[in-house]
Design a protein around this ligand. Structure first.
Ligand SMILES: [Zn+2]
Ligand SMILES: [Zn+2]
Length: 262
């Protein structure tokens, strides 16, 4: 399984890198060129040809930083699509997209354009805990603990599996599933705020570095590679420092442009 990181932060921001300015963007992960995990970043990182190869978009929740690339993906594909792109998410997320985004006010309803019979986007409702097959991947959505209905995902390709936490505060079910997934090769776990903003993290239902550690430990796989993501750009230096001090065996930080092979 190849995972290409299009965006992996909790917002968009241009920040100072070691040599030049670096663009940090909200969450979008392209799996094996055809399945997109969250849609925060799409068109700013992919050519039109690459966007045309996307067959499925799996959304974790309705928050803007996870869906904002989707309307413009549909727009780009309008003249080029052959088969509809499946947008897979739980019912409240699909309904929210139709009510609040593709409502012919904020943006055209690409679930019915160019025609109801052959639209650019087609919805697929997911149910937490129920496994679904998308192309060559098996995907299991698992409800997590955020301010709006949210799922994380376990994604399997027959050889390897990835655990994606989604935006979450302290939670249980996804770690139980991770424990019973022997082919699990990596976990992406969110870490949005530094420890000193613990109250804000609790209120907005996100993790801090010390909670990141507690959640990771629930997997009972201390040697598993674990990657922090969804860092809010203004705090990313501090968050990285705090996570690096936790003594986790194989911890990394996702970066835009990174390719992870599982
Ligand atoms: Zn988010
Ligand atoms: Zn969120």
């Amino acid at each position: 399984m190849q995972i290409r990181v299009l965006g992996c932060h909790g917002a968009d921001c241009l920040v100072d890198g070691t040599e030049r300015l670096v663009r940090q963007e909200s969450c979008g992960f392209l799996i094996d060129n055809s399945v997109l995990l969250d849609g925060g970043t799409i068109g700013t990182r992919l050519t039109l040809a690459e966007q045309c190869r996307i067959r499925f978009v799996l959304l974790s929740h309705l928050h803007f930083d996870h869906i904002k690339g989707l309307p413009l993906l549909a727009d780009n594909l309008a003249e080029w699509f052959v088969e509809p792109v499946t947008v897979a998410a739980t019912e409240p997320v699909i309904q929210g997209l139709i009510d609040h985004v593709f409502n012919d006010k904020v943006y055209p309803n690409f679930f019915q354009l160019p025609s109801r019979e052959h639209p650019i986007l087609q919805a697929r409702v997911l149910h937490p805990g129920k496994s679904v097959v998308f192309g060559h991947l098996e995907v299991i959505p698992v409800a997590v603990n955020h301010t709006v209905p949210t799922v994380g995902y376990v994604v399997k390709d027959g050889e390897a599996a990835l655990l994606y936490s989604g935006d979450t505060y302290q939670t249980e079910d996804i770690w139980s599933l991770g424990q019973t997934t022997p082919e699990l090769k990596a976990a992406f776990i969110e870490a949005s705020f530094p420890d000193e903003l613990g109250k804000l993290a609790q209120k907005s239902k996100h993790l801090t570095p010390s909670l990141f550690l507690k959640e990771f430990q629930k997997l009972r796989r201390p040697s598993l590679p674990v990657y922090a993501y969804h860092m809010k750009p203004p705090y990313q230096v501090q968050i990285k420092e705090e996570i690096s001090r936790l003594g986790i065996e194989r911890v990394g930080f996702l970066e835009e442009g990174q390719i992870i092979q599982l």
